[in-house]
Design a protein around this ligand. Structure first.
Ligand code: FAD
Length: 454
């Protein structure tokens, strides 16, 4: 008698018409993301991989795959473009890597709203939306490659959050179409808060097929670098710009010294030892922006109009958010980073305190945004000179002790990355409904490892 086929062999045989990837090297590469930013995660997640990857092209293929995985109890890890930072799309328990990048149709844009399939790249979505006068309200600096489903499943926000807050702010995500992981997969439209129960839980409680986002009106954004001789002045300038209601902006970042010295591609515009601000303001706001630069004694070392940016295909956005970290790590492999959120109203004081306490070991990179309550504040993706895991934990604790929220980027358990260490009841209820066999990205949620609470 023949031994029963391995479930993966059964899957590839029964669904032979799907686009399977079984080559070990390719599956290994697809199974990893940018978790190597963290020396802790790099050690913990090295070698973790799926048994096979599959790239479905339509809903019927996704449905047949999910149905058979549910019957055979094979884990499924959903992947967009794999640009996540915490091993979000790294399979811990083998199984199938479900690559959504082939499920990428733009569906429609009207009345300030757009809808698309989850695997569409944000760059392509923007290209489709521009003729309708629309652009994304907020997006990661990886928008060239990141997918809409990946932004929803793993992202926070980023460029544009200075106007619209994080992606999870009420009104940004309007609805999703999601599939349950069952022998008979159910396809359901979730609206508003019900949809947000699947946001930023790393594809652990539902498979998202389509997303509907509220969009922003398109503007011609000019890009600039402003340099300063003093940390305090650079910070005050960014704060003043963030609060200048009449100046339309999309991005305000501060890279404190010595971070600019690490950004080799922009070395011509970043004098050694400077503190720099990277900004995007609407072209009609340029005069008011320049008045503010003069008021704070800054120097505009780089300026490109929207047309020049489009023609050059080079944008300063790819030097902000976690791209800053990437460029700096290319120069100094010993660096890692933090993710922190300052308290609105106390944020400048907190930034200065942390700079006094940890400057030299921790380099300040702040991003100005509106928080979930709509208040202007800043978050930070500080660069850290890594010595030991103990010291890294100590540094994060020093932040917490000073009232700074840490969203720990050195953990792969969803709860551990949250400041309160918990998942809301609605997230768990959604898990029970959409993934009753606990097959989605298993091992990432502690609550479910203990047994799904009823
Ligand atoms: C250089 C750099 C800069 C970055 N800047 C930012 C930033 O500014 N802001 C920010 O928020 N993030 C940032 N990130 C993180 C990441 O790029 C974004 O979160 C991005 O949106 C992820 O998209 P992706 O398609 O690569 O998702 P992936 O990494 O493939 O997936 C992310 C998570 O979403 C889940 N997922 C993907 N598709 C689906 C789906 N259809 N249904 C259910 N779950 C799904 C996956 O399982 C995974 O857990 C950055 C990362 C890097 C490396």
């Amino acid at each position: 008698m023949n031994a029963p086929a391995h479930p993966i062999e059964q899957l590839t045989a029964e669904l032979a018409d799907l686009d399977w990837i079984t080559d070990e090297g390719r599956v290994g590469r697809l199974s990893q993301d940018f978790n190597w930013y963290s020396p802790v995660l790099k050690r913990q997640l090295e070698g973790k991989r799926a048994a096979a990857a599959v790239r479905p092209r339509n809903e019927d293929e996704i449905k047949r795959l999910v149905s058979l995985c549910a019957r055979l109890r094979v884990p499924i890890t959903v992947r967009g473009s794999g640009t996540g930072n915490y091993g979000q799309a790294v399979p811990l328990q083998g199984g199938v890597l479900l690559d959504m990048s082939g499920y990428n149709a733009f569906l429609w844009a009207k009345g300030g709203i757009a809808r698309a399939q989850a695997g569409i790249r944000l760059w392509d979505l923007e290209k489709e939306c521009k003729p309708h006068g629309l652009e994304l309200r907020c997006m990661p600096s990886t928008y060239r490659s990141a997918t809409l489903g990946g932004l929803f499943g793993g992202g926070f926000g980023g460029v544009g959050s200075i106007n619209y807050g994080p992606l999870g702010s009420r009104g940004n995500v309007l609805g999703i179409r999601a599939m349950s992981i069952e022998e008979e997969p159910q396809i359901v439209e979730l609206r508003g808060p019900d949809a947000l129960a699947m946001h930023h839980v790393w594809g652990t409680n539902g498979l998202v097929l389509e997303l509907e986002f509220a969009m922003a009106p398109v503007h011609d954004w000019m890009e600039a670098i402003v340099t300063f001789g003093s940390f305090d002045t650079a910070l005050d300038f960014c704060d003043a710009l963030s609060r200048s209601a009449g100046i339309l902006k999309k991005e305000v970042a501060m890279l404190a010294a010595p971070i600019p010295d690490h950004i080799k591609q922009l070395a011509d515009y970043l004098p050694t030892g400077c503190h720099a601000s990277i900004v995007l303001v609407a072209e009609e706001s340029e005069a008011a922006f320049l008045e503010l630069v003069t008021q704070f004694g800054g120097t505009v070392s780089y300026r490109k109009t929207a047309a020049e940016v489009a023609a050059s295909n080079r944008t300063l956005l790819e030097y902000t958010w976690n791209h800053t970290t990437l460029h700096a790590m290319r120069v100094d492999k010993n660096l890692t980073y933090l993710q922190s959120a300052f308290t609105a109203g106390q944020h400048l004081e907190q930034v200065r305190t942390m700079e006094k306490l940890l400057g030299g070991e921790v380099m300040m990179h702040t991003e100005f945004i509106r928080n979930m309550d709509g208040l202007m504040t800043c978050t930070a993706l500080q660069l850290v000179k890594f010595s030991t895991e103990e010291r890294l934990n100590e540094i994060m604790q020093i932040h917490r002790d000073n009232g700074v929220r840490i969203n720990d980027p050195h953990v792969f358990i969803v709860e551990d990355g949250r400041a309160n260490g918990e998942l809301p009841a609605a997230v768990l209820a959604t898990k029970r409904r959409f993934d009753p066999h606990n097959l989605l990205n298993p091992g990432k949620v502690r609550t479910w490892a203990r047994g799904i609470p009823q």
